[in-house]
Design a protein around this ligand. Structure first.
Ligand code: ADP
Ligand code: MG
Length: 418
């Protein structure tokens, strides 16, 4: 047991039907069915490989997009092809989630065979809309359609979906009520890596926080500062802009308008309070950049023009952040330093990312856009650990127990089936 959860070392899988929840959610082009990235699919290959090699009948459950990410709502068919290739073994697929056809196919699986079911979120109780409206307890989740139909066919439930561990949905938290459960290898590795940062990071431990997920970023900053986890927080992106404005700095009307338009106005007070408590550990940019007639312009905070929108950190700030990152022993990164998608505002992110690649400290990076930036600058091999989760990672660092962790601890108490 690790963290009160069974690992794959502690379960017998040979000849058993293993219901395995993975997170292989990737950006997809719905017109062509082409997956724009496959990093998450490849990340769960070791667990699937191990289960099949140990003689399990592997049933994979996964989501692709959702109500809140509708542009990526799609079938899991392309994923089966990617998995088959990566595993060098056919991964069967069926356009059904828990209906009679899917159940028949599960019953016919042989030892060592793998079946991927269609998108679990085609079943309504898996939608985030339902999660937010209904707040089903884990006992109630065990009585939903998906769990009632599939649990009787399974001997063991394995969750390898750390990236979805902050979701409270039947495929993630319902099966553990009925089936003995374990975490997969990827889940175990990601959970250990982030727990290590939270409990005993090598110091100095520096957080680099940018991007636009303001609510979670503020919750997380409070926790890591209050618990003394973070020795320094280097701010960028919207996080930095909110702090600067909360300190009464004038950084351009466009910056303020963007924050108000995004409904982040309430965070000025939170930023002010956090800065009053922990200001000596929160580092704010000394200069910022904006775009004028398609060209990049920079100024020190005191000299920012009134009519602009700050979209990146400036070069003085980059130099300062680089030095701090180079002398850190642990660096946690979430969120780009600016609008890195566009050339005039990508310098802050590209230069800070290069510092992450150059530091001798252990770097842990998570978040969809942060990973996209890492791929864009071809630094994937240079990072210490790239976490498949964004939301789950941040939520973990706020100090809350993740719903899936709670459910897996419950499932650890159920005896294995003979
Ligand atoms: P991640 O996906 O890595 O967790 P987020 O989703 O929180 O990161 O933030 C990424 C987004 O934030 C990017 O689309 C980027 O363009 C945007 N962003 C970064 N800095 C700014 C800024 N100063 N103003 C507006 N948007 C920004
Ligand atoms: Mg993002």
């Amino acid at each position: 047991m690790r963290f009160g959860i069974r690992t794959l070392d502690e379960v017998t899988v040979s000849g058993k039907t293993v219901l395995c929840r993975v997170d292989i959610n990737q950006p997809v082009d719905r017109k062509t069915g082409r997956l724009k990235s496959v990093n998450r699919i490849l990340a769960c290959v070791p667990t699937i490989r191990e289960l099949a090699d140990r003689g399990a009948r592997v049933v994979l459950m996964a989501h692709q997009g959702s109500d809140i990410e509708y542009k990526n709502f799609y079938t899991t068919k392309p994923h089966a092809a990617v998995l088959s290739e990566a595993l060098g073994q056919e991964v069967k697929w069926i356009d059904d989630v828990c209906g009679p056809a899917a159940r028949q196919m599960i019953r016919e699986l042989q030892d060592g065979e793998i079946l991927l079911l269609d998108n679990v979120r085609f079943v309504s109780e898996e939608q985030t809309l339902f999660e937010n409206k209904l707040h089903l307890s884990h006992e109630e989740q065990a009585k939903t359609l998906l769990v009632e139909k599939l649990a009787p066919l399974g001997d063991l439930y394995v969750c390898d979906a750390f990236a979805a561990a902050h979701r409270d949905q039947p495929s993630l938290c319902g099966f553990e009520q009925l089936l003995p459960s374990a975490m997969g290898r990827l889940f175990e590795k990601e959970f250990c890596t982030v727990s290590q940062i939270m409990e005993a990071p090598e110091r100095p431990c520096v957080f680099v926080l940018g991007g636009a997920k303001i609510a979670d970023a503020f919750l997380m900053m409070r926790t890591v500062l209050a618990r003394g986890v973070a020795d320094r927080i280097l701010t960028g992106g919207l996080v930095a802009n909110i702090f600067l404005i909360s300190q009464g700095k004038q950084i351009g009307q466009g910056s303020l308008d963007f924050i108000l338009k995004s409904n982040y106005g309430e965070f000025f007070d939170r930023a002010k309070e956090l800065y009053a408590l922990y200001g000596e550990r929160i580092v704010l940019p000394a200069d910022l950049a904006w775009v004028e007639d398609g060209c990049r312009r920079e100024a020190a905070i005191a000299d920012m023009p009134e009519a602009v929108a700050a979209v990146d950190i400036g070069s003085q700030t980059v130099t300062q952040y680089r030095d701090i990152i180079l002398s850190a022993s642990t660096v946690f990164i979430n969120g780009p330093m600016g609008v890195f998608e566009q050339e005039p505002s990508e310098y802050g992110t590209s230069a800070v990312w290069q510092a992450l690649a150059d530091t001798g400290g252990f770097t842990v990076l998570g978040g969809g856009d942060s990973i996209t930036a890492t791929e864009k600058y071809k630094l994937t091999d240079k990072m210490g650990y790239i976490c498949t989760g964004g939301g789950a990672l941040i939520r973990f660092l706020t100090g809350e127990e993740l719903p899936v962790v709670k459910a897996l601890r419950h499932g650890a108490a159920l005896p294995e089936k003979e």
